[in-house]
Design a protein around this ligand. Structure first.
Ligand code: ATP
Length: 277
């Protein structure tokens, strides 16, 4: 695989990921229902993710993986049920009489700020320089002074191997470099939760390794809770504490990566893995 010369060497992947953290959950999905029109995509889905845990969601196309991330990012409305972050409701709560009520936008945004997402398409602002892309949310959402935001952005660009490209426009960068900027941009908000949705799927194969290298660094050197949707099964195996296999909006099977990838129990998981591995 071609290495980007600007990208510093990344450490070798850990042989086996550390034991999954437990304790107070960072994320709780409680009886989550998502419908698009009359079609129910998630049906009373329940799961927890611990603080610092990295969970990969796998499953066939249409099984609801992206919808789960988009609900957490509040890009989709929750049809029913509750999502909690550190015990606090994200978009809906029960009022004193037990009725489900939507939270006010201000309350939603307070928690939502703690969540970052990187998409398949990098979605950088084409009219801003690379460093301005990374500074934008810290300045406008967190209210950080510009110089502080710039220093933070520069540090992150250094971290993703693009420290000397800050003044360029994103369109001059390769897809892999743009995706590394998008990762820096998500990290600039110092999220407690990072959602990664097929972040290498739009890249030429030779650019995938550098982006995964950056994410490996993040996984190994921070305690950010991560939810990943990826087709990079070796990467998922290396960095995840847990893998959840979805089909039809339900969890078919979950377990540590070695078990799911090496010794899946459910026929549906075996069939899916046969098709993708
Ligand atoms: N905005 C929308 N309107 C209508 N249906 C939608 C919408 N977004 C998603 N869906 C449907 O919801 C289901 C779950 O989609 P989702 O993207 O979450 O699946 P996925 O597991 O991430 O699939 P993929 O691996 O192909 O990205 C699919 O049947 C999809 O067609």
């Amino acid at each position: 695989m071609t290495k980007d010369p600007e990208r510093p060497a990344v450490p070798e992947p850990a042989k086996s990921p550390p034991a999954a953290p437990n304790g107070q959950p960072r994320i709780v999905f409680e009886d989550v229902v998502k419908r698009f029109g009359k079609v129910s995509v998630l049906n009373e889905l329940n799961f927890n993710v611990a603080k610092g845990e990295r969970v990969t969601l796998i499953g066939p196309s249409g099984s609801g993986k992206t919808t789960i991330l988009r609900l957490l990012m509040t890009l989709e409305d929750l049809s029913d049920g509750y999502i909690f972050v550190d015990g606090e409701p994200l978009t809906h709560a029960k009022n004193a009489s037990g009725k489900r009520v939507a939270l006010k936008p201000k309350e939603v945004s307070r928690i939502r700020k703690r969540i970052g997402m990187v998409f398949q398409q990098f979605n950088l602002f084409p009219n801003m320089s690379v460093i301005e892309n990374v500074m934008e949310a810290p300045v406008h959402v967190l209210g950080l002074p510009k110089e502080e935001a710039r220093a933070r952005a520069q540090g992150l660009l250094d971290q993703v191997g693009l420290g000397n490209r800050g003044d360029e426009h994103p369109t001059r960068l390769s897809g892999g470099q743009q995706q590394r900027v998008a990762i820096a941009r998500a990290l600039a908000m110092e999220p407690e939760i990072l959602l990664l949705d097929e972040v290498t799927s739009a890249l030429d194969p030779e650019l995938v390794g550098d982006v995964l290298g950056v994410l490996r660094d993040v996984a190994e050197n921070t305690d950010i809770t991560m939810l990943l949707v990826t087709h990079e099964m070796q990467f998922a195996r290396d960095v995840s504490h847990r893998v959840m296999m979805f089909d039809g909006g339900r969890i078919v099977e979950e377990g540590v990566p070695d078990q799911i990838f090496g010794n899946p129990r459910e026929e549906r998981t075996k069939k899916f893995l046969r098709a993708v591995l």
